[in-house]
Design a protein around this ligand. Structure first.
Ligand code: ZN
Length: 928
């Protein structure tokens, strides 16, 4: 036995009694001395009816002396009685401050009430410990002190703990059922570590008396920790009951069969299954992909009675396009990539909600990462959680349900917060929180590792920036956005454009042509009627073979996606992602566009049916574009596939046609870069123009190829952007103007009237108003230095120093980017698009000013892509339309714009036949 703190008074009493000669008194004195020294004797003396069993005696003695004790007893085997005896004796024998903690305050108060009554009223207590009593004034049962300075406080596990010498813990958790929840177990552990253990005096003792509730309960963790004396009594040993007088064997046997072997072993035999902290059945998934395929559930078909209310396993079969997206998420998690962004722009029904909720569940429940899912409005939170997250994720995953507590989280300052749409999750060791919040009300007291933003288009841009602020302390800081693109230039569309711009490509197994189903819609959808040449879906909503209408949409029709070149059936289950800005992936900035066309699980019949309706209604067309094609249509979008198709149907011609007439002039435009894009237009009148050539040329071949093409196509003048390949642009300008052999360039005065001839017909003149003009120009470099529209076009010399140190000069045109592009875009528009253009002598233009050739060459698909994506305009925050978007594939639109600029400047003088070559003043003048 450890030495106990003596009470001086009882020692005096003992001496008095022992010194009495009377034998009977001597016997009493021995009894009193025994009671004073031995808590079991004391217990028997205090209550003569109480006959302590062997395990009672062992437990009481150990509980009064051991510095760290765990006593495991089956339920109904007198744990509370042991506590009463221990507390009474300690209050009599010592001045220690005791704290009694149990799962329920009521249970604890029953014990302490008994203890208080004994100290206050029991005459035998007074005999053994005559100087220990309760002070006169009444004290609450929950906390009373004795006259000798001892104290007993009674609390509930989880409450604040007063400073104590002895901590008595009596069943910290109610039952094995409660202990199934990792959250409950964690709460007990948290309290023990942070609130109880730290409130113990230096020499303080801890006594835990309990029935086992779980392998990972408080006793389980402390036993693993080591340094504890453990007494474990089983209800039945060798077919004998532990306490046959009170809890007989047959009763125990009945209990065993009622509880089942697992709970029985745990609670009555003190042998819980070793459950390593985690919930019993928590699966270990290697990746989000594995989790998604093995654990994620989706509701069964709600329209059929037999599947309504049921759930089936989510599958990537038929959703192969999602694999790359899922793998991007896994890449970020597996490599702890910091500050990654993933944007998924998609229509309806591709699996957005499943992906979001499964990702949230996986990150919180498996990786123990904190996740915030932002919805556009706080009002949506409750609905999303109650009708989607809870039934599909929590209710369908028992291991997850066992680990999570809904509606409660602890914030950064340690405060428990009750809120709809939040949950905490723990496996007993690791912890995480999940939060659904409205982006109109971003919580500032929580932080996360991962933020998911749903339906970005509905989110106020001003609030979106708060999201990053919630991630500042994490080592991951992943922001993932998903939603439909409804508006060009902002929201989800902006997120997609700012990322890697991934689109799905389907490859033809016959001709190897790669095609994006959205960009090739509607013609890519074919009618399956067994014909060698399939009938294709049209903008009118029917199926045609050539001009012949073969069928309209019928529910019995079968459809397939057919190669736009050869009609071969394309495999919707073999999509390949093409990222237009692959460099962004290196910056961990992924974006994906996913339409219903690339999800095989979505029936083509449904898509054709939706299209059939969309062509008859503007509202439905808007929905079709956002939900099915995942491409927004808005007033900011000038050119569409329909508009470009119209420019092909009016007049049929192929590339490089013979000249329209002897009045027509041809102009070139060249967009420079790693690859260069050359474009030629033929102009007969302001309302009659044709596109006759487009070509992509490697930069190193530009100097040879462009002059060749100008010669063979008869191009009068070509405009080239000066940036970014300044050297190549200037070299080309010298060559096309035929002045590359010039040894000395005249210096044009900075101001004042002048007329400077370079030879080969190239002349710069400035009038007395200061307006400069190039005449006889066959090529100029273009700079978009005019910051605002309406600042006009300025013609001037571009002087630079050549490789031999001499001063060289080429013609330069300075103008505004937006105006230049706009001029080229508007040529495709007609009054149907609100484009009114009146020409003196020609009247109002009713058809496109410029027409396109019929050609199946890939360059014309690129031509369309560049014109469609390049003709989108940013929307300013004020709602006003801004400049044409940048940073996308728009090269042929720019090449066209430079050619248009050449036309505008060229039309100031009468065009004449033109050819390139060495200077010959007699025959070679451009029309300019
Ligand atoms: Zn093909």
């Amino acid at each position: 036995m450890e030495p106990l703190t003596e009470c001086d008074e009882s020692e005096e009493l003992e001496l008095e009694l022992v010194q009495q000669p009377d034998k009977r008194l001597a016997a009493i004195a021995r009894g009193l001395k025994a009671s004073r020294d031995n808590p079991c004797s004391f217990a028997a003396y205090l209550d003569q009816r109480f006959i302590p069993t062997k395990f009672n005696r062992e437990a009481i003695v150990a509980a009064c002396t051991e510095p760290r004790l765990i006593c495991v007893l089956p339920p109904s085997h007198g744990k509370s009685r042991i506590m009463i005896e221990v507390a009474t004796w300690l209050l009599g024998r010592t001045r220690q401050k005791l704290t009694l903690a149990s799962w329920s305050l009521e249970e604890g108060l029953d014990v302490s009430r008994d203890v208080r009554d004994r100290v206050a009223q029991n005459p035998r207590f007074r005999l053994v410990f005559p100087r220990v009593a309760l002070p006169q004034k009444t004290q609450p049962v929950a906390k009373f002190i004795t006259t000798s300075g001892g104290m007993l406080s009674t609390i509930e596990v989880g409450d604040q703990v007063p400073l104590s010498d002895v901590l008595l813990i009596d069943d910290p958790i109610k039952s094995p059922k409660e202990a199934q929840s990792a959250v409950n177990r964690e709460r007990v552990w948290d309290w023990y570590i942070n609130a109880a253990f730290t409130r113990l005096n230096v020499a303080g003792r801890i006594v835990l008396i309990c029935s086992r509730a779980h392998g990972d309960d408080l006793a389980g963790r402390l036993i693993k920790q080591g340094g504890w004396k453990v007494l474990n009594w089983q209800a039945i040993v060798d077919d004998a009951a532990l306490w046959p007088d009170r809890v007989p064997l047959d009763y125990l046997r009945k209990t065993e069969s009622a509880l089942g072997p697992k709970v029985w072993r745990c609670a009555y035999q003190g042998e819980p299954d070793d459950e390593q902290g985690g919930s019993t059945s928590m699966p270990r998934r290697e990746s989000f992909k594995e989790f998604l395929e093995l654990d994620a559930k989706v509701p069964g078909d709600q329209s059929k009675r037999e599947t309504r209310g049921t759930f089936t396993r989510f599958t990537l079969d038929g959703r192969e396009a999602l694999v790359d997206i899922v793998e991007a998420f896994d890449f970020v998690l597996a490599n702890s990539i910091k500050d990654a962004q993933i944007a998924v722009a998609g229509g309806a029904q591709w699996g957005k909600t499943t992906l979001q909720h499964a990702f949230m569940t996986y990150c919180t429940g498996q990786l123990f990462r904190n996740v915030m899912t932002f919805l556009p409005d706080e009002g949506l939170v409750s609905d999303v959680v109650q009708t989607k997250f809870r039934p599909t994720m929590v209710d369908q995953l028992p291991w997850f349900a066992g680990m999570i507590e809904m509606g409660k989280v602890t914030n950064e300052s340690g405060k428990t917060v009750n809120r709809i749409g939040v949950y905490s999750v723990t496996d007993g060791i690791r912890k995480a929180t999940g939060m659904f919040c409205g982006l109109n009300k971003v919580p500032t007291t929580h932080s996360a590792d991962i933020a998911l933003i749903d339906e970005v288009d509905d989110v106020d841009e001003r609030n979106e920036k708060f999201v990053a602020g919630r991630l500042t302390t994490s080592d991951i800081r992943l922001i993932a956005k998903a939603g439909t693109q409804r508006v060009h230039g902002r929201g989800m569309n902006k997120a997609w454009k700012d990322g890697s711009q991934g689109i799905v490509m389907l490859t033809c197994s016959h001709c190897q042509r790669q095609q994006n189903p959205e960009d090739s819609f509607p013609g890519i959808v074919c009618l399956d009627d067994g014909s060698a040449e399939p009938a294709r879906l049209t903008h009118a909503g029917d199926f045609r073979r050539g001009e012949e209408v073969v069928s309209t949409h019928l529910p019995s029709n079968k459809y397939f996606l057919g190669c736009v070149s050869c009609g071969t059936r394309l495999d919707r289950r073999a999509p390949a992602w093409k990222h237009k800005r692959a460099d962004q992936i290196l910056l961990h900035n992924w974006s994906f566009r996913i339409s219903q066309l690339s999800i095989d699980a979505i029936d083509l019949g449904k898509i054709v049916n939706d299209w059939h309706k969309a062509v008859q209604s503007d509202d439905k067309m808007l929905m079709f574009r956002t939900d099915v094609l995942a491409i927004p249509k808005s007033t900011a979008q000038k050119l569409t596939p329909e508009i470009l198709d119209r420019a092909r149907r009016i007049e049929v011609f192929d590339v490089s046609p013979p000249p329209m007439s002897n009045r027509s002039v041809r102009y070139g435009g060249l967009d420079m870069g790693g690859r260069c894009w050359f474009f030629v237009r033929e102009v007969e009148s302001p309302i009659r123009k044709r596109v006759i050539w487009a070509e992509s040329i490697p930069l190193h071949q530009v100097g040879v190829r462009v002059p060749q093409l100008c010669e063979s196509l008869g191009v009068s003048c070509t405009f080239v952007d000066q940036m970014p390949e300044t050297k190549e642009s200037r070299t080309l300008a010298l060559r096309l103007n035929g002045i590359d052999a010039l040894s000395q360039f005249p210096r044009i005065p900075d101001t004042g009237q002048c007329h400077v001839s370079f030879g080969n017909g190239l002349t710069f003149s400035r009038d007395d108003h200061g307006d400069g003009k190039w005449v006889g120009m066959k090529c100029a470099v273009v700079r978009f230095d005019k910051k605002r529209p309406g600042q006009g076009i300025e013609l001037k010399p571009d002087y630079f120093t050549g490789s031999n140190g001499s001063e060289i000069c080429v013609p330069m045109v300075v103008c505004n980017r937006m105006e230049t592009v706009d001029s080229a875009v508007r040529e495709f528009l007609t009054p149907a698009e609100g484009e009114m253009e009146n020409h003196i002598g020609l009247g109002l233009r009713s058809t496109p000013a410029i027409l396109l050739p019929q050609s199946k060459l890939d360059i014309w698909r690129e031509f369309d892509e560049h014109h469609i994506s390049g003709s989108e305009r940013e929307r300013e925050t004020s709602g006003e339309l801004g400049d044409y978007v940048d940073g996308i594939a728009n090269h042929l639109l720019f090449a066209n714009s430079y050619a248009r600029l050449a036309e505008v400047i060229g039309s100031r003088s009468k065009p004449v036949a033109f050819s390139y070559g060495r200077p010959n003043r007699e025959h070679r003048t451009s029309g300019i």
